[in-house]
Design a protein around this ligand. Structure first.
Ligand SMILES: [Zn+2]
Length: 259
């Protein structure tokens, strides 16, 4: 047998084994997350999928919401990719994306019922499908008491309204996340995180998930805005860089996992 063949075959075998491990093997021995799925606003025109990634060790819960505004593509595109790339070793990551399925499908901000979904919290369980969706997301957050809710958005190239923010983070309540916010701002300013320095704004708008969860549930929320004047891949990359940074901050993710 050619002696060169052995290490090559062994390498392929090792690769296969590593792929299996990194993909996560269901069961008690799973080194990374197990995945489960459920539906919010089930059976309505706002029905959307909630993905839950549970690590094999105890840890905090964290909620990521992408695409409350359907035309803010990088937000839900990043959250969708996160479903396949997050390597949760501890705690539970909930991903709702696209939150506004109708808006994402039609590339519009508003919902099927013409609501701005991010002005609709805490929602209404007896309301129309958009209000029901907001209420179900609200109930999840209230029940799980996440260490942080991360809401992914995009800013417009022109000054028009609240969305003229550039690349930025928005926080309503700083208690408990001061160090995280400081580090994001300093690392983006230093060029070691994301594609450019990030601005800081607050509080969130009335009725937004950011403002309402902070004030009514006293939980920490952080909104990420990427600037829509940049190429999509850059914006998605910034969202993902920040999310992975946050997951590592809370010790939830396997740092060496592939991106
Ligand atoms: Zn938005």
């Amino acid at each position: 047998m050619n002696s060169n063949f052995i290490p090559r075959g062994g390498g392929i075998l090792l690769c296969l084994l590593l792929c299996l491990i990194l993909a996560g093997i269901p069961g008690d021995s799973a080194p990374f997350s197990t995945i489960s799925r459920s539906l919010l606003a089930q059976g309505t025109d706002m029905e959307t999928e909630l993905v839950t990634l549970k690590g094999s060790s105890p840890g905090p819960s964290l909620v990521v919401v992408g695409g409350l505004h359907g035309d803010e593509t990088a937000g839900w595109e990043a959250a969708d990719r996160l479903k396949h790339t997050a390597r949760i070793k501890a705690g539970t990551l909930y991903i709702l994306s696209p939150a506004n399925v109708y808006g994402a499908k039609h590339d519009v901000r508003y919902t099927a019922e013409n609501w701005d979904l991010n002005r609709l919290f805490p929602g209404n369980p007896q309301g129309d499908p958009s209000e029901q969706l907001a209420a179900e997301l609200w109930a999840l957050i209230e029940r799980e008491q996440p260490v942080l809710v991360v809401d992914l958005h995009e800013a417009l190239p022109e000054q028009k309204n609240w969305d003229y923010l550039g690349s930025s983070i928005i926080v309503t309540k700083m208690d408990g996340i001061e160090d995280l916010v400081d580090t994001i701002l300093s690392d983006t300013a230093a060029g070691t995180l994301c594609s450019e320095p990030y601005n800081f704004y607050g509080p969130g708008m009335p009725g937004s998930i950011n403002r309402t969860v902070s004030e009514k549930l006293n939980l920490s929320t952080l909104t990420i805005e990427t600037f829509r004047g940049y190429p999509l891949e850059r914006r998605v990359g910034d969202h993902l860089a920040l999310i992975h940074f946050i997951l590592n901050w809370y010790g939830m993710e396997e740092k060496e996992g592939p991106r």
